[in-house]
Design a protein around this ligand. Structure first.
Ligand code: KG4
Ligand code: ZN
Length: 350
């Protein structure tokens, strides 16, 4: 089955064509990241306008990549079904993808599958794998992105996937924390990759003898929730103090980036392992932009080895927002509904 997926929940406009939920036949993604660099974060209105101008060119590019020798309209005939993210996300951004998908469904008569963006991140772990390499279930998923930080139990019963929410952030998401801390340090948007890069320049002498340490909120509590706003406030206060004292230079800035990355990843790893020990799971599945972080991947791999869990990590390009994961989710959890019943759900959960 060949599915064309559309993803427009935030600041990426992406269209992908995926066969049997795992073989990527073509994908094109445009991002309004550069625009948001100027404001140091996403302005929903600007993101929606950018979605509008990118949607049709990205759709056309994906169809041409898929069937270069025929017209895009003809290429559409070779698709079996359509899929689109209907939430969670920014209302203006979601609307662009949803209305495009509805129009395509109406014109082509192809079935349309609405996809939960968080589930899509989980199904990123099925991409480019043979069936004998698929994650063993029940599994535990950590979704960590700019808008979400959640632990989900993933199971399959009577051929249907089930998702159970185990815990999540009580305030900021982990990606949001990366983004806001980066802004305080004067680093680029998105903050995650910028902090990871700056952290590489942290001097050994400061790492070995840290002049300060940031809090790891809630890690000693028994629940499976996270909190990142206190960490962000601590960064704001400490950076302000260093700046006032004249100690904020390239070295201390890089050290700060290193400590921020350590603190955020420590929180994510601790709670994930706590959940993995509590539930009878054999695998850990990662998803969301923050799980592209190398330090997080290494820490989780080390823990997974100790506990004998299989760790599934999507390729970096499938961690951040893109439509391949939407097409994959639609294939494995195939539930088309009439296009007239699909509406955006900005705060959709599990
Ligand atoms: O999943 P995603 O592309 O979009 C949302 O659904 O939010 O995630 C974007 C988030 C941003 O907060 C960004 O800073 C973070 O993922 N991110 C990273 C890395 N790459 C992206 N965080 C830490 N390390 C990275 N390498
Ligand atoms: Zn996402």
């Amino acid at each position: 089955m060949i599915i064309l997926g559309i993803e427009t929940s935030c600041d990426e406009t992406s269209v992908a064509i995926v066969e049997n939920g795992r073989r990527v036949l073509s994908v094109a993604t445009a991002s309004s990241e550069e625009l948001h660099q100027k404001t140091g974060g996403i302005v929903p209105e600007s993101a929606a306008r950018e979605q509008l101008s990118c949607m049709i060119p990205v759709l056309e590019e994906t169809l041409i990549q898929f069937q270069p020798k025929i017209k895009p309209q003809k290429a559409l005939e070779k698709i079996d079904a359509l899929a689109v993210t209907y939430g969670p996300g920014l209302i203006g951004s979601l609307l662009v993808g949803i209305e495009t998908a509805k129009a395509l469904s109406l014109v082509t008569g192809k079935p349309l599958v609405p996809v939960n963006h968080l589930e899509a991140h989980i199904f990123g772990n099925w991409l480019e794998k043979r069936p004998d390499q698929f994650p063993n279930l029940p599994g535990l998923a950590l979704i960590a992105s700019g808008g979400h930080t959640e632990l989900i139990l993933v199971n399959k019963k009577d051929k249907k996937y089930q998702f159970t929410f185990l815990g999540g952030t009580r305030d900021d998401a982990s990606g949001e924390c990366f983004d806001k801390c980066a802004r305080v340090l004067g680093l680029d948007y998105p903050g995650g990759p910028a902090i990871a890069q700056s952290a590489q320049g942290a001097p050994e002498k400061l790492i070995g003898n840290p002049p300060l340490s940031l809090p790891r909120p809630m890690v000693d509590q028994k629940n499976l929730d996270f909190s990142f706003s206190g960490l962000k406030t601590a960064v704001i206060n400490q950076v302000r103090k260093l700046r006032e004292e004249g100690f904020l230079n390239e070295e201390t800035k890089n050290f700060f980036a290193w400590e921020i990355q350590e603190a955020i990843t420590d929180c994510l790893v601790k709670k994930t392992i706590q959940a993995a020990k509590k539930y009878p799971v054999g695998s850990l599945l990662l998803g969301g932009g923050v799980t592209a972080n190398q330090v997080l991947r290494e820490k989780l791999q080390e823990e997974a080895n100790k506990l004998n869990f299989n760790l599934f990590i999507p390729g970096i390009r499938y961690c951040t927002d893109n439509a391949t994961i939407v097409a994959a989710a639609a294939y494995f959890n195939y539930q088309p509904i009439p296009w007239s019943k699909i509406t955006p759900q900005p705060s959709l959960s599990f």
